[in-house]
Design a protein around this ligand. Sequence first.
Ligand code: ADP
Length: 238
Amino acid sequence: MLISVDNVSVSYEGKKAVDGVSFAVEKGDCLCVVGENGSGKTTLIKTVVGLQKRDSGTVSFYGLNRSEIGYLPQQTAEQKDFPASVFEVVLSGRLNRHGGVFAFYNAIDRKIAADNLERLGIARLKKRSFRELSGGERQRALLARALCATDKLLILDEPVTGLDPVMTAEMYAILEKLNAEGITIVMISHDMDGAVRYGNKILHMARSAIFFGTVEEYTATELYAGINARRRLGDLAV
Ligand code: ADP
């Protein structure tokens, strides 16, 4: 076991966003967190990463420090406009390893940043301004940044949202390769097909966890059948 989340609840201004959620992450998992908008996915993930205070419950790590998590937050307009080079953005993934305080990077940090640019096939973009990148390039740069923090666990908030089908397929191929190399992945996704294709476990949020288990178990549920039926009706309506 890598992470155990037990009975975690989180609220904003007295209103519960996450209600008594429990799940575990095993080494080598690709756990996909699904659920409708506003179902508490981002809040839960931020709680695991340590960016959000919880009301109750526990989050335990085994053989892993919080600073060793590679986190890719949901993309915001401000991040897209970040005035730095791609190399600087990727290198900033090393900050947590320095306690998150001093931006004094050493030669090892620079080597790790350069290696991760290479690993994701974007070494040629190193000197480019981050704000000039395409959506797919930006996600790769942010993934390279997350990899600078970890060789164990990536936590990704909607890594393919906003990407076109080609860039989405490329991003999944990269994540599949990293997972095969032994990196555990926890990923929030709106893409149900991607979740059941690339994930091995599913956590379905609706403020509480309405499903947690393997993809095989999930695709056999009425919950999944209902989602697919609604999607087909949606397709017919178009
Ligand atoms: P999801 O990621 O599934 O879309 P979120 O975790 O972002 O869901 O949000 C869960 C609920 O908490 C929503 O009702 C949302 O409006 C609310 N919420 C999220 N962030 C905040 C915040 N910073 N302040 C107040 N309410 C919030």
